[in-house]
Design a protein around this ligand. Structure first.
Ligand code: CS2
Length: 527
């Protein structure tokens, strides 16, 4: 079978969307750090709609910070890849062309810095996952003991971290007299722009206080809320895509229909017309970010640990098991929602119902193990911040505590059948060591609460926190995850169960200008 590439575009089967603008005319305006599946199913697709609308200054150079795998796949395909949108009624396919160049940072950090320093580069965006910010999750401060950060301070010309690349490129642009780029974090962090600004400024200050002052005065870090569920691509997905396209795509991405991007409109050096792909620009993103982290991501993590322990491989199968939907519904409605700032004319009940629908998507096969990764970096903003807010007003949080308890059992490294768990987390080794040989709730909790980079010092010192956590952990150890979760089953449909419709963007979807070109049409029909 032939490979997907520019030449294959003219023969794509009817119904498959492709980039039919002149890709050769497009300049690179965005350097994106972290070329994973999420970026390719989210920002790149939305940028594609802007390119189709005719502004050719915003092509993307995608940088892998570690492995060459995706570059190896895309380089042979002229940067093209397929997005397969999946909702259980058959996939829809769009070949995407917004990524014009791919680089692997460790192979040639100098080339990456050159691209970041080029005058045409006006935005550097990031999807480097939580741990990529090299911060302490509990506080958001730069982790100055991180070995890669120490490396990047010693060898600024050959950085390893996104932070090292950003600061070195900003310094070089400044020397060359080029206006700085805008730094756009697209990761699931609270106030992601502020968090990025804070670690970048601290890193710059450790290099040179004058550079830090320059960053503070000249570089914009708008906040964004990103949302699309994008499971890891499987071999089966590759086969499905090849059969549909008639050509082989070595690295397609698969995603749900839902797509949302809320962006703070602060781009001193300009930006693409991302509205064409359905992005929303608002003055203050933080309420949206908080809502997404505390509802969607909190539910995801809770379901991932409990679901994995109960033997569920995917989110959808866990959702179908007794108690899971009711547990998440209660977690979102009773425990998390009251902690959220009000969002005017936003139907939060519909948003929660839509989340449950999205988790039920039977066709996605989103693995609990995938979501369970890097919990030490995720729990603070997904569950612990909400717990703090609940504690501050003397409110209960048994469901949130159950999520934390399940994480503790998970990172201790044995499932309920005694099988080892492949725990992926920057703290995995230390967590394994701290929990080794401990089987009682109290000693396991003690071992994990000692991780102040996750729990801070306030939560371990809180009596109500300890008591609630211990109750949840004891139940889990005694009865197992399936039975503990089943207790939340109300026997009837939860009050906010499926609306039976596919969810549109949560606020007025018709407010976006109507896109009219192929990918834009595809985006609209897949939302
Ligand atoms: C998930 C997210 O893997 C995870 O931790 O919770 O990647 C989630 O799928 C996205 O944030 C959805 O937008």
């Amino acid at each position: 079978m032939n490979r997907l590439n520019q030449g294959a575009l003219s023969n794509l089967p009817k119904g498959v969307v492709g980039p039919f603008y002149d890709r050769r005319a497009v300049n690179i305006g965005i350097v994106h750090l972290g070329l994973g599946a999420f970026h390719r199913a989210h920002q790149a697709v939305i940028t594609e709609a802007a390119l189709e609308a005719g502004d050719y200054s915003w092509g993307i150079a995608g940088i892998s910070l570690r492995s060459p795998d995706i570059r190896d796949a895309l380089a042979l395909q002229d940067g093209l890849y397929t997005v397969a949108v999946r909702d259980g009624t058959g996939d829809r396919f769009a070949v995407t062309g917004a990524i014009l160049a791919t680089l692997v940072a460790p192979e040639n950090p100098g080339a990456v810095l050159d691209l970041m320093t080029a005058p045409n580069t006006r935005i550097v965006s990031l999807t480097v996952t939580e741990k990529g910010y090299c911060h302490r999750p509990a506080t958001g401060d730069l982790d100055e003991d991180n070995s890669d950060i120490r490396h990047d301070l010693t060898y600024p010309e050959a950085p390893r971290t996104a932070i090292g690349f950003l600061v070195e490129a900003i310094a070089r642009r400044r020397r060359a007299g080029h206006a700085p780029f805008t730094v756009l974090s697209c990761d699931n962090l609270p106030a992601n722009g502020h968090t990025t600004a804070s670690v970048v400024r601290r890193f710059a200050a450790l290099r040179d206080p004058d550079l830090a002052a320059y960053v503070a005065e000249n570089v914009a870090f708008p906040c964004t809320m990103v949302d699309r569920i994008v499971p890891a691509t499987t071999e089966e997905d590759r086969t499905i895509v090849a059969n549909a396209l008639g050509v082989e795509d070595a690295w397609p991405v698969v995603s749900e229909p839902f797509l949302q991007w809320v962006i703070e409109d602060r781009f001193p050096s300009g930006r693409p017309n991302w509205e064409k792909g359905g992005a929303s620009f608002v003055a203050d993103v933080e309420p949206f970010e908080l809502m997404k982290l505390r509802l969607l991501n909190a539910s995801h993590s809770t379901l991932a640990y409990l679901g994995y322990l109960a033997g569920h491989e995917t989110v959808a199968t866990a959702m179908a098991a007794p108690g899971f939907a009711a547990l998440l519904e209660g977690l979102m409605r009773e425990e998390a929602s009251p902690t959220l700032p009000p969002l005017e004319s936003f139907d939060i009940a519909a948003y929660r119902a839509a989340l449950l629908d999205r988790f039920r998507n039977p066709a996605l096969r989103h693995r609990t193990w995938q979501i369970a990764m890097d919990g030490s970096q995720k729990l603070p903003q997904r569950l612990l911040g909400t717990i703090r807010d609940r504690l501050a007003v003397g409110a209960t949080f048994e469901r949130l505590a159950l999520g934390i308890a399940a994480w503790i059992v998970y990172v201790a490294g044995r499932d309920e059948r005694g099988q080892p768990i492949d725990v992926r987390d920057p703290l995995a080794a230390r967590l394994a060591e701290a929990t080794a040989g401990r089987t009682e709730a109290e000693e396991l909790a003690e071992a994990c609460l000692g991780f102040s980079e996750v729990f801070g010092t306030d939560l371990p010192a809180s009596r109500p926190f300890r008591i609630t956590l211990l109750q949840a952990l004891s139940a889990l150890l005694k009865d197992g995850a399936a039975a503990t979760v089943a207790r939340f089953d109300t026997g009837s449909q939860p009050p906010e169960s499926s609306t039976g419709r596919n969810f549109d963007t949560p606020w007025d979807p018709l407010a976006h200008p109507r896109p009219y070109r192929p990918i834009a049409t595809f985006l609209r029909s897949s939302r």
